[in-house]
Design a protein around this ligand. Structure first.
Ligand code: NAD
Length: 367
């Protein structure tokens, strides 16, 4: 079924539901209930995680594809019923401007391409969801924010863990005082990287494990602390004889000191497996392992000499769907945007400070 036919059908279903499921939504939002995403870069994350989830969204759907590989456009165009008029290669990308079915653009390209494709989407008048890391430098992040602002369009970063229910519960528990005053956050992320891929090419990745997986340690430490660090101190360990690490770092460990006095100890690695965090305070702790995986999250708490596993009911929307819907809902209804460009910029500023600390072997004070 083509897009026009599907949109027509949605319109009539929407009309039938108007007072029930959408009762609290303003009239103008009901009229155009689902916004259309164009997905840019049809690699493994886009095709295996994101595109299937778009079919489950309440406020959005897949309406266009952008790829440099004609065979991928044929394959996924057929699979998702996207007509040829809504296929773009990178050369024709700016013509998304003329396609009113596209409201939102999801940039899922190698890191060094994020800034260019996000900025071009903003300039085409589209709202942008951009994968993490937002870009490969803080200066690029600033240019992306400026482009979105100039176009009066939204810019969100793909921090899916900020939409994952266990992570949200952990944040809530810390905020509510369950652990007492937080004193130590440990946050570890790493995996064994396979050779010969863009993540190991600095020109495309902008850096090693920190840009790719360590950013989860960093972002989680910040959202668990609920405050921004004052200083950072880092140490890098990379075997430069390993051909995987000719241009990017393997392992980088760092500490951050927060205004409350809490310390974060963070791990980022391309040669060992980690996916965990724990916030320890004066009264107890809350921890997760795995913490930021695609699925299978587990959480424990400790208070009054008692350790308990926390189980949550299955969520209505998983983290991917919740993230995809959030940008659309924010555009439709004006709810404040979470995981904004400013949030992505903060991580890039810290990543630059972490690299600098490791390089110069000293503590870096943050503004
Ligand atoms: P991938 O290699 O599977 O896909 C990258 C896509 O970009 C491919 O379709 C490739 O053809 C295209 N591309 C265009 N120009 C390219 C070039 N010059 N070199 C290499 N590829 C080029 O990578 P991926 O795992 O899908 O990652 C894409 C982005 O998504 C990255 O920014 C990554 O950090 C992010 N990501 C996020 C998560 C998450 O959980 N949030 C998970 C995986 C990846």
């Amino acid at each position: 079924m083509g897009i026009i036919a599907r949109r027509g059908m949605l319109g009539s279903i929407g009309a039938g539901l108007a007072v029930g499921a959408m009762g609290n939504m303003p009239l103008w939002a009901r009229a155009k209930r689902k916004l259309g995403y164009a997905v840019v870069g049809l690699g493994s994350y886009a095709t295996q995680q994101i595109m299937p989830r778009l079919a489950q969204c309440e406020f959005a759907e897949l309406r266009a594809l952008v790829s440099g590989t004609p065979a991928k456009l044929e394959k996924f165009g057929a699979q998702y019923g996207i007509p040829r008029t809504h296929w773009y290669d990178y050369r024709r990308y700016d013509r998304i401007r003329d396609n009113p079915d596209i409201d939102l653009v999801y940039v899922v390209l190698p890191n060094s391409m994020h800034a260019e494709y996000a900025i071009r989407a903003s300039q085409a008048g589209k709202h942008v969801l951009c994968e993490k890391p937002m870009a490969v430098s803080a200066a690029e992040c600033e240019a992306m924010i400026a482009a979105a602002r100039a176009a009066r369009r939204k810019l969100m970063i793909g921090y899916r863990s900020q939409f994952e229910p266990h992570n949200l519960r952990a944040i809530e528990l810390v905020k509510s005082g369950f652990v007492g005053r937080p004193t130590l956050i440990t946050s570890e992320h790493g995996f064994h990287i396979q050779p010969r891929q863009w993540r190991l090419d600095h020109a495309l990745s902008g850096g090693g494990s920190l840009m790719d997986i360590g950013i989860y340690s960093l972002n989680a430490a910040r959202y668990l602390a609920g405050e921004e660090p004052l200083e950072v101190s880092a140490m890098e360990s990379t075997d430069r004889n390993d051909p995987r690490f000719a241009t990017v770092e393997d392992r980088i460990d760092w500490q951050m000191r927060f205004p409350s006095g809490a310390i974060a100890n963070c791990v980022s690695s391309y040669s060992s497996g980690h996916n965990a965090f724990r916030v320890t305070g004066t009264k107890g702790w809350v921890g997760m392992d795995p913490a930021t995986s695609y699925a299978g999250h587990r959480m424990w708490t400790r208070r009054d000499a008692q350790t308990s596993e926390v189980t949550l009911p299955p969520p209505g929307k998983d983290q991917f769907v919740a993230q995809l819907d959030h940008l659309a809902e924010s555009v439709l209804t004006g709810i404040p945007l979470r995981a904004s460009g400013e949030e992505g910029l903060k991580d890039l500023q810290l990543i630059e400070a972490i690299y600098r600390s490791a390089r110069e072997r000293r503590v870096i004070k943050l503004a």
